[in-house]
Design a protein around this ligand. Structure first.
Ligand SMILES: [Zn+2]
Length: 331
């Protein structure tokens, strides 16, 4: 399907000079960083200069969503009802057509663009994987992604997606309402483990707890497939320490920063000294994630919020670029 055509008719893009119309952050101004650190950006437009000042070639953001437009429209509809679904408003900050969104993340400095898709019901993942292959083929800088659902067919379509070149997977435990340690997934996990392909997995019990969310089922999968390259979305929010345990125990388990300390679910000031200390020790395991475009604040808030943890420029370099580039295989 031609996603761009769909998008152009459904989500008109406003005419404007720069690709990114986002308002200024509140985080960068509210929270100080130590004098020894490079001053964080205050607007999306300042993000590329900040990355350059740190000596980075760009940002390696591992948690970005591009979806078939009809699926994205449903996701946006869900967030439009966030007051009912989550108990608070969630205005999508980057509600533009596909090409505009691609250009926004390029301008922010993403050298490779994830297109994380995920099914909410059986029989959908194989189709999403086909869409992912087409979307990646149409854009040089889009990462070929894949997904799965706990269903017998995953034993076939996961190896097929890997053979077709999928480089990054996404699994959503709460939306999918299945357990990652369901045995029906064993062939899929085995194929992903052999391929050493990273899997961004939303398994934490926030913003909404699910029947199968939480660290135990992920730990069970790792006990069986210890080389699986799991990237725990949202740092495992709210089970931060339990998921940090896994990142410390397994060389191949990482944490992504998506929405952490960005001022919406948590602010830098709310991070406990003990957890902040753990994050310093996990410098090689924390990877930038943003949830673009489905975030209720400008992208810069994620960057400024992480800087406001005050863990130093080296920590920021590792998180914004080095760790993600390693896992995504970027130069
Ligand atoms: Zn996400």
């Amino acid at each position: 399907m031609n996603d761009s055509d769909d998008a152009a008719t459904q989500t008109p893009s406003p005419a404007r000079a720069t690709a990114n119309p986002a308002p200024e952050t509140t985080i960068g101004r509210t929270f100080e960083v130590p004098d020894t650190m490079t001053a964080p950006p205050r607007t999306d437009a300042e993000v590329p200069d900040y990355a350059r000042a740190l000596g980075l070639p760009g940002l390696a953001d591992i948690h970005v969503h591009f979806l078939p437009q009809n699926v994205l429209d449903k996701v946006w509809e869900y967030f439009d009802n966030a007051a009912d679904n989550y108990g608070r408003d969630w205005p999508i900050n980057y509600r533009y057509d596909t090409d505009t969104r691609l250009n926004i993340v390029r301008e922010l400095g993403l050298r490779a663009i994830p297109a994380l898709t995920y099914p909410h019901k059986p029989g959908m993942a194989a189709w999403l994987n086909e869409w992912n292959a087409e979307f990646a083929a149409a854009h040089d800088d889009v990462i070929h992604c894949g997904t799965l659902y706990a269903e017998p067919e995953s034993a076939d379509y996961v190896p097929a997606a890997l053979a077709a070149g999928a480089k990054l997977f996404k699994v959503h435990v709460q939306v999918g309402v299945f357990s990652p340690d369901d045995e029906v997934l064993d062939p899929a996990w085995r194929a992903l483990e052999e391929a050493r392909v990273p899997i961004v997995i939303h398994a934490g019990s926030a913003p909404l707890p699910g029947t199968y969310t939480g660290p135990q089922a992920v730990a069970n999968v790792l006990a069986k497939f210890p080389q699986l390259k799991f990237v725990i979305a949202h740092m495992g929010m709210p089970e931060y320490d339990e998921f940090a345990d896994l990142a410390e125990r397994f060389d191949n388990v990482y944490l992504d920063t998506t929405m952490f300390a960005a001022g919406y679910f948590s602010s830098p000031a709310e991070v406990t000294p003990a957890y902040r200390e753990r994050l310093a020790g996990l410098e090689d395991k924390v990877i930038l994630g943003s949830d673009f475009p489905n975030i209720p604040y400008p992208y810069v808030d994620q960057i400024a919020g992480l800087a406001a943890l005050g863990l130093g420029d080296d920590w920021m370099r590792s998180v914004l670029w080095t760790n993600g580039a390693k896992v995504l295989g970027l130069d």
